[in-house]
Design a protein around this ligand. Structure first.
Ligand code: FAD
Length: 275
């Protein structure tokens, strides 16, 4: 019991982690690409929003067009659905009521780091008969997750060599990319002695350092929910927020999609009322 082994044995029983789990073929970003195919003529990429102003007649969004010489441009509309994460939005010039401002500033973001590590061969399959799944560890890397595709194939393969949250994520985020790899190799070797001999390449991602999210996802407390959640999800004059942060299924794509549906429903009602 003291080893906390039970904690990980129950992992797949948690509400969020139950079987059956699906993976998009080709990687997670295929979901975003699927949406893009449907609405690509409506999207302008590489534009960094710096301010959102509104009055009783409409909304003006100021942005830097980074694909065109950093030109500063403005877009105007009757209403705005804003999906910028709160960690970023709280630092922008956004014209909203004081209570909305307080709600935007009230939600801290979790930190997370992931490590993709390439090995010359699938030693976990060939030597250890591990086919997919996860090895959990109480070291900082927290887990080694094995690919569930390409099983039995020859040649190099990539596994998830670490997936950190909390203090371990901040610790790794503060390291250079090479230091992260070395630390993950050291810790992974405790589980797989083949690690150093078979390692070929690695990459890490620390979401607290990604300027477009500044963290992994929102971390609501029950207290903050009580005080700010309703305000955050309400239409603020001509602006409504959407994203995983405006849902009860935070940190999941499901939350982002439910929130988007909720936001456009609210906006539609508001627009009909205003018409
Ligand atoms: C490490 C990790 C693992 C995860 N694993 C899973 C999983 O297995 N399953 C799952 O369902 N979910 C998972 N999630 C959560 C999922 O990715 C999020 O819940 C989802 O992407 C949130 O969608 P969103 O639209 O709210 O925000 P985002 O997808 O973050 O979209 C926000 C957008 O705003 C843009 N933006 C930011 N600042 C500006 C600005 N100033 N101007 C213009 N645009 C800006 C960003 O570029 C981004 O495109 C994971 C997240 C992380 C970080």
């Amino acid at each position: 019991m003291q080893s906390s082994l039970w904690n990980w044995m129950a992992f797949h029983e948690r509400l969020d982690m139950q079987t059956t789990m699906f993976q998009p073929v080709g990687g997670m970003d295929q979901i975003g690409k699927g949406f893009t195919r449907q609405v690509k003529d409506l999207i302008t990429l590489n534009c960094k929003v710096s301010s959102i102003h509104q009055d009783d007649h409409g909304v003006t969004v100021t942005y830097t067009d980074t694909a065109h010489g950093n030109a500063v441009r403005q877009a105007q509309a009757d209403y705005c659905v804003c999906t910028i994460p709160l960690s970023v939005l709280s630092q922008l010039d956004v014209q909203v009521t004081d209570s909305m401002k307080a709600a935007i500033a009230a939600v801290p973001y979790a930190s997370s780091v992931k490590m993709g590590m390439e090995f010359k061969r699938r030693f976990w399959e060939e030597d250890d008969q591990i086919y997919g799944g996860i090895s959990f560890t109480d070291q900082q890397i927290s887990q080694i997750s094995y690919p569930s595709h390409g099983i039995f194939s020859k040649g190099p393969a990539v596994l998830l060599g670490g997936y950190m949250f909390g203090p371990a994520a901040y610790d790794f985020a503060g390291m250079t990319p090479d230091q992260r790899i070395q630390r993950a190799l050291d810790q992974g070797t405790a589980i797989h002695p083949q690690y150093r001999k078979e390692f070929s390449n690695g990459i890490s991602m620390a979401w607290s350092r990604v300027p477009w999210t500044l963290g992994c996802c929102s971390m609501w407390t029950e207290e903050a929910r009580k005080t700010h959640y309703k305000t955050l999800c309400a239409v603020d004059n001509r602006l409504v927020l959407a994203g995983e942060h405006a849902s009860y299924v935070g940190c999941w794509q499901e939350g982002a999609i439910l929130s988007a549906l909720d936001a456009v429903t609210r906006l539609h009602k508001r627009a009909l009322g205003a018409a």
